[in-house]
Design a protein around this ligand. Sequence first.
Ligand code: UFG
Length: 339
Amino acid sequence: MRILVTGGSGYIGSHTTLQLIAAGHEVVIADNFSRSKPSVLGRLESLSGVPIKHHVIDLTDQDETDRLFAQGAFDAVIHFAGLKAVGESVAMPLEYYANNLGSTLSVLAAMRAHGVKKLVFSSSATVYGEDAPAPMREPFPTSATNPYGWTKVMQEQMLRDLGVADPEMRIALLRYFNPVGAHQSGTIGEDPHGVPNNLMPLVAQVAVGRRAGLQVFGTDYPTPDGTARRDYLHVEDLAAGHVAALKKLGETQEPVSTWNLGTGRPTSVREMVSAFAKASGREIPTVDAPRRPGDIADSYADPAKAQAELGWVATRTIDDMCADTWRWQSQNPDGFPEA
Ligand code: UFG
């Protein structure tokens, strides 16, 4: 298939692009590099051995998006593009709603105008809100605690409504848990814009010497060691989930399908820090800190539906995730080069 990958130069988009090419698909990336760097494209070309077609475009601009589809002849879209920092979304809600909803609306309008029926959408475990018991299952009600989370809830709703209006649509809502790790070459990985929000890139930056230490947010949770637990999954497993979902869209009769992508296994902050210290051979100094507002004790998937329907299962371990993140971070201490 010829696939438009929006946000294809970002963390999950870049890893998925490589797996799509390896599976025999043709990829066209659309990205405005607002949270990524163009130098990722050269790395993707080296790793894949093929030229990477890309368009620098603002997907909230309907005319630009229509022009892209007019030349594109796309068979499917994987829509990663979007803003994703929880704290930033609280400070800048209008930008989050305008960007995340606006880009999805213009991509959907262009898909309709050009007869493209298959869409894989980047949703998030954040749509389970703060009261859901773990393990989380797809039929649970959705909710959110911050504007970023609401943009995911709202986009899921838009896509479910579209599936009713146009039953020929084939839409996958993929609810990611906590993606970490990097390509095993160590040449592409997560390169957060500004100060990272997430645990793994912070731990990696401490290990490589970019930061002095890590705050452990909350040590009195009702978990075995008192720190919060998450379902970390390797970005390569996550990328494989997209390839599997795309294949499934060619077979299913359901206009809209929802799948959790996670391992089903929770790991605490302290467990992750000690696994990373072991993988890197570096000390990770930590200091106990109060809970971070909006955090929950336990978030992990029930991945049974993805396993049964997509034949997908996450195979990589926490040690694999730490080893691969460390290879990327130690070989690229400051992330991707500017040019
Ligand atoms: N943590 C620390 N110290 C830090 C950073 C994080 O202790 O400096 C802890 C957090 O408190 C949390 C755990 O590490 O307990 C994981 O935090 P992340 O920020 O890495 O991940 P979250 O699960 O909080 O957030 C992720 C995504 C969000 C999404 C959310 C819910 O980053 O986009 O899952 O699905 F909204």
